[in-house]
Design a protein around this ligand. Structure first.
Ligand code: GLA
Length: 476
């Protein structure tokens, strides 16, 4: 199958992203949704990143760059099987305020960590695995930091003329906390793209990161950090890399620096997102096509129901599912499950044990659902995709077994109260569901979900709408 290559960075302005903020839509209902939608369009994260930068360095950043999180409309756990996905970038963004420095050190600070982390650029190759290594195995539980063995490369005290931040402490010399592995991993992955002789030419850099992408909700807060960082460094270091290469660098950071064995969907969605459209991605060829969604014209909203149950793909179930898929492909003699069709499933059932067979069936049928969703959107519009979303959720619940009772409740209750379709989104084991809901029904569906969660004894969910939005940009 061939896709038209679409321009990667949309030239729409910040004003194209309605800033529906990460706020519960409560009793105030539709009018609250309308009020939120007319909020200022400079993401709060941009301002927060600038302030943090000033506190860190005492000077202004050279610029602020941002990249969005994403919701996946359909196509779950198909990306690392070379299959198809249909995510869209959302209006929640992560911002990176940055400026080159005169030495060869990189310092990263974030609003979600008390202390900045600083290392020599030349130590990044020691901090992270050798270039070209395969995606790392799942990180052992508790493995939330990376050891940096090189003497003298422990975090240094910053020249914090602005002084509001505590200096980085040296409690654990030679390690970086997991959050810092994302931006540092991106810097490492970008350096690895240029010849060794040129690596010495990279200037040091200070980066301050702030985000309004909910963490642990399955909305790719990590891809947003990677995208903001890579977009900033691409410009500051004058690399001239295209967004697909930047997405690949982000995935490499996630796989090898952080140790989460994920596919490339999130980074591609963040880097190639366009307003009012989804990114139809062939994860084998990395060809993309922008697919108009037309939710607003159809009077539909995407309601996110964040269960608050945190997940981490660097541990546990995600890697196990991936291993099942790899066993399935090997048993069937194909490079990846992308090459298995529904007609091959009876043979798969004979070759595989019952659990691996169900994992394979999910991926094979999910690929078909993605293709069908793209076709149905074009032919009949967004109201016609509901059944595909529901079938996708059932497959993840029953065959891939990555849903949780909170997500099943969110989906069932949303559907029972009039949602056109609903499914969990993202890697699973927690995080969020999305429901395609008539604009006027958003308050009633939200209320019903809240009530059902309370009755089931689940923690209160976090409810908000997301809008298909544009990819990375320079904000300041
Ligand atoms: C996470 C990963 C993606 C993808 C999804 C599941 O978001 O980062 O690569 O595998 O899970 O579809």
């Amino acid at each position: 199958m061939t896709f038209d290559r679409t321009p990667a960075l949309s030239d729409d302005t910040a004003g194209a992203d309605p800033s529906v903020t990460d706020t519960a839509l409560g009793d105030s209902g539709a009018s609250a949704a309308r009020r939120l939608r007319s909020a200022p369009t400079v993401p709060a994260a941009v301002t927060a990143a600038e302030s943090l930068f000033r506190a860190l360095t005492g000077s202004d950043p050279a610029g602020v760059w941002s990249a969005p999180g994403r919701a996946n409309l359909i196509g779950e756990h198909t990306d690392y099987n070379d299959g198809f996905v249909l995510p869209f970038a959302i209006q929640h963004r992560t911002a990176a305020a940055a400026r080159l420095r005169a030495d060869g050190r990189i310092r990263v600070a974030s609003t979600f960590a008390a202390e900045p982390v600083e290392v020599a650029l030349d130590d990044l190759e020691t901090l992270f695995p050798a270039a070209g290594a395969a995606p790392g195995p799942a990180e052992p539980a508790g493995g939330a930091s990376r050891r940096l063995e090189t003497p003298g490369s422990a975090p240094q005290t910053p020249g914090a003329a602005g002084g509001a931040l505590p200096g980085p402490v040296d409690e654990q010399p030679g390690t970086v906390p997991e959050w810092a592995a994302y931006p540092l991993g991106v810097a490492w992955a970008l350096r690895a793209l240029v010849p060794t002789w040129a690596a010495g030419t990279f200037a040091g850099v200070d980066i301050a990161i702030a985000s309004d992408v909910p963490v642990g909700a399955g909305l790719s807060s990590s891809a947003a950090i990677e995208g903001a960082t890579s977009t900033a460094l691409n410009e500051l270091w004058g690399l001239g890399l295209d967004p697909v290469v930047l997405a690949q660098a982000g995935r490499r950071a996630e796989n090898e620096a952080v140790g989460a064995p994920t596919g490339i969907m999130d980074q591609m969605a963040s880097m190639l997102g366009q307003a009012d459209a989804a990114v139809f991605l062939d994860c084998r060829s990395l060809e993309t096509r922008s697919v108009p969604l037309g939710f607003a014209e159809a009077g539909l909203e995407v309601l996110v129901i964040d269960t608050g149950v945190k997940h981490a793909h660097s541990t546990g179930g995600y890697g196990e599912r991936r291993a099942s898929c790899e066993r399935g492909a090997a048993a069937l003699g194909v490079p990846a499950l992308r090459d298995v069709t529904p007609a091959d499933l009876p043979r798969a059932a004979e070759l595989l044990d019952e659990v691996d067979f169900r994992r394979v069936r999910h991926v094979v049928t999910e690929d078909q659902r993605v293709l069908e969703t793209v076709a149905v959107l074009a032919a009949d519009g967004p109201r016609a995709i509901g059944e595909l979303l529901v079938a996708s959720h059932a497959s993840m619940r029953d065959d891939f077994e990555i849903s949780i009772p909170e997500l099943d409740t969110a989906v069932d209750v949303a559907l029972a109260h009039g949602a056109v379709g609903a499914r969990m989104t993202g890697g699973g084991f927690g995080g969020a569901a999305i429901a395609l809901v008539d604009h006027d029904l958003v308050p009633a569906v939200s209320e019903a979900v809240r009530a059902a969660f309370a009755e089931a004894g689940f923690a209160a969910p976090h409810l908000f709408t997301v809008t298909p939005s544009s990819g990375p940009r320079r904000d300041v």
